[in-house]
Design a protein around this ligand. Sequence first.
Ligand SMILES: [Zn+2]
Length: 432
Amino acid sequence: MKIFKLNAYKEYSIFIWLILITLAGVFISTIYSSNKEKEYEKIKSTLDNIYLKKTLKEISQNLDPRYETVYYISKSGDTIQSIIDNLKINNQEKKLLIKTIKKVDSFRILKINQKFKFKFDNISDQKVVEFTIETDKKNEIQFSKNLNKNRFDTKKIKKNFKKNLVYKETIITNSLYNSAIDLGIKPNVIIEFARLYGFQVDFQRDVWKDDSFQIIYEEFVNKDGLVVDTGEIIFTNLSLQNTDFQLYKYEFENNKTDYFDENGKSVKKTLMKTPINGARLSSSFGNRKHPILGYTKMHTGTDFAAPTGTPIMASGDGKVTKAGWCGGGGNCVKIKHNNTYQTVYAHMSKFGRGIKKGSRVKQGQIIGYVGSTGLSTGPHLHYEVIENGRKINSQKLKLPSGKILKGKERKKFEVEKIKIDVLKSNLITKLN
Ligand SMILES: [Zn+2]
């Protein structure tokens, strides 16, 4: 009984409190809104004041900072001239800058990914007061305006960065990009990675769950141990459905750097103009009278006459999208090389070993043998190159030449490859 009474009282008291709080709320908000109205009038009249308007304008003008810093990273195709030309300064100043930079030997040839920093004084006529250009990841040259004379003083500056080689590996669970980000790989390294594989891999379709990758790249750390920048990729391996695509960074000739697979073939893959040995070009791309149909028809490929059974090669790395009967084309193989290029090989007598829809092929791999199947008057290979869905003349194809390291160069590459492989196993050991 006692307990019941106590509870009833409690409920009652809560009710009283609620009424009180509500009343107080109404009271306070009434005072507040009447005050607010007064306040608003006051602000409005102040804002209408011409003098204040002027003052505000002055303040906002002064808010434009006097000094401004502009950063630029050189891309392929850039020159010192083109970079300076894009700055918002007058021609006289442009000339002075170009003259100043060209005096420095290391800037005679502009490299890609070279960092520029310009500091502008927006009030002065001659705007650039200071600028720096990176000579490499650890050094830069600073140019400061000598205010008495119309020239810049140069100073070499050593950045206090330590270069680390980082090894990362993972199994792709979600997307390649997300997996890489989860590992702490910086976006610019991922972009470079994607660029390196751009010719052979269609990242939308070829990368599956449980595929994996390994990567070694440079990282620059400041004295506080913070990563301030990333450098170049030294090695990568992208493993797609158990096929490895390894790339090694290799410097050849004078300061030319490229990425090569384990066989010394450049990543810049080309398509073969003639994917067959010992054949004779018998009919080129263009209009011609069809040998069987009899009327003039666009010939959308190139014909190579060769004896039945002559091996036909994949003209580039890729994935077989068709290996079967193509009607007029007889037995044919279609290969998708990347997002841009596909090739077709027709009239085959038989297919190469293991060539079926979905199989991966390497450039030069035998995909079939010359025959005369389908609409054909004699044994030949009908070869087509499709660029962005359009059939083009394979003999006029302009693609970056895929360098293959040979002789002395190949030997040097093999040594470099071993060094990188050793480095990789050392880094993996440290990981565990
Ligand atoms: Zn043909």
